[in-house]
Design a protein around this ligand. Structure first.
Ligand SMILES: Cc1ncc(COP(=O)(O)O)c(C=O)c1O
Length: 431
């Protein structure tokens, strides 16, 4: 198709084209992708689809006109705060943790970066703000720094892949300490799936009167249930002194369709720094909770409905299946000569790297293994430093994980000591 469509086409033609266009898309329905889409099963699909049709056209821009979306947002935010101990911990401080729904982890993170800058300017007069984060923190924080004019100070990770807290402490005691507005901690971080030392990082922030954001985009709807299932989950949420904000994605391990995350602040006073209010233009009073203007009601209603379909019982079931499946992947990788996993192997994220020889050189090219898996219909993302393949395991992968491990053994044997030229990594694209 070249120019703007000149004549209308029929419903059937358009749907036929849409279905044909999807021919090359990953088939997450078959459990052969790890991440991108999290499959909560038929009951979750059914309610999400019904809620999506119900709210397809609704706009949360003005909840005075669509009060149901105000209620939906407030329920989802309150449930998430409850999960993350924002209700009980913050009540001593006056108001419970409060926040907003956003379109996803990135938007929640951007809102938290903005809030940290605004708070520091209002409370401490900081005009040249700095964010302290580890190299494992999500790229969205750098996007926030770029958009909102913060400088970054990036520390490394230790042998256990957790943020280097000593390096953060040096910055907190250094000449630019007064300019620090935000410390970032992840629960868990994406690349190797480990939880940072939240208590130590939050304490640094607290001492300076700066914000500490815990990125629980991956963990917010997973760790609380892993905890209840008896996994060793350290306190990572509002129970930890000094944590001022958190992000938790309903559209990841909350198993809701895309476009739903929650950003929470420890109390309403902190939340105030995220919002924007303006009425000096001809259109009238404009109050904006996040980065959007017009806001689709669809993902909000779908998330609200999915959470209630599952409840604690449903999430415990999905979480236990995801954990057992991730454990099987790790065991299979460790039993395969030439490859290993990175990180402490406790939760749903798995990074597969090459084993190292006595000189510290990789025994095989793990990207070549990834390509060989691709030829077998398995979609694995590449990441680097070190080269590794990334899997976010969820319940939807459970039925096919035996086939995955068979394919992995085959792929490793096929690759042997060959390597591929293309060293590019593939987290996200622009086109
Ligand atoms: C730890 C973490 N933070 C933030 C994000 C960004 O989330 P989104 O892709 O919804 O913007 C991700 C995405 O995988 C993540 O794993």
């Amino acid at each position: 198709m070249s120019g703007f469509p000149s004549t209308g086409r029929s419903h059937d033609e358009i749907m036929g084209d849409l279905r044909a266009l999807r021919g090359d898309d990953v088939r997450w329905q078959d459990g052969r992708t790890f991440g991108l889409v999290y499959d909560g099963g038929p009951a979750v699909h059914a309610i999400a689809e019904a809620a999506a049709v119900e709210y397809l056209h609704e706009n949360a821009l003005n909840t005075a006109a669509v009060p149901s979306l105000a209620r939906i947002q407030s329920d989802v935010v309150r449930w998430t705060a409850d999960l993350l101990h924002g209700t009980e911990a913050a009540s001593a401080a006056g108001t419970p943790a409060s926040g907003f729904m956003t379109s996803g982890g990135t938007e929640s993170i951007l809102c938290s970066v903005l809030a940290s800058r605004e708070r520091a300017e209002h409370e401490r007069g900081v005009t040249e703000p700095i964010m302290v984060l580890a190299s494992s923190a999500h790229a969205a924080f750098h996007k926030g720094a770029h958009l909102f004019g913060l400088e970054t100070r990036v520390v490394g990770v230790g042998d256990d892949w957790r943020a280097d807290v000593e390096a953060m402490a040096e910055l907190a005691a250094g000449p630019d300490a007064e300019r620090i507005v935000l410390f970032v901690a992840s629960a868990p971080q994406y690349p190797q799936g480990v939880i940072d030392d939240i208590g130590a990082i939050a304490a640094l922030a607290d001492d300076l009167g700066a914000n500490c954001h815990v990125d629980a985009c991956m963990g917010g709807f997973f760790l609380p249930f892993a905890d209840r299932l008896g996994r060793d989950v350290p306190p990572f949420d509002f129970r930890v002194r000094g944590v001022t904000s958190m992000s938790a994605d309903v559209h990841k391990l909350g198993y809701a369709p895309k476009g739903a995350s929650v950003v929470l602040h420890r109390d309403k006073g902190l939340r105030r720094h995220q919002t924007f209010v303006f009425d000096d233009w001809l259109g009238g009073f404009y109050a904006s909770p996040n980065l959007q203007g017009t806001r689709s009601g669809l993902p909000m209603a779908a998330a609200w409905s999915v959470i209630q379909t599952l409840g604690v019982e449903g999430y415990l079931d999905l979480t236990s299946r995801a954990l057992e499946t991730a454990d099987r992947v790790r065991a299979g990788v460790e039993a395969t000569p030439g490859i290993r996993t990175l990180g402490d192997g406790r939760f749903q994220l798995v990074a597969i790297a090459a084993e190292l020889d006595g000189n510290g050189a990789p025994r095989l090219d793990v990207f070549a293994v990834g390509d060989a898996m691709g030829r077998r219909g398995w979609h694995l993302d590449r990441q680097h430093r070190p080269d590794s393949l990334h899997l976010t395991v969820s319940a939807g992968n459970e039925p096919v994980i035996g086939d995955f491990l068979d394919a992995l053994t085959e792929a490793v044997t096929e690759v042997g000591t060959t390597s591929v030229e293309d060293r590019s990594t593939t987290y996200a694209t622009i086109d």
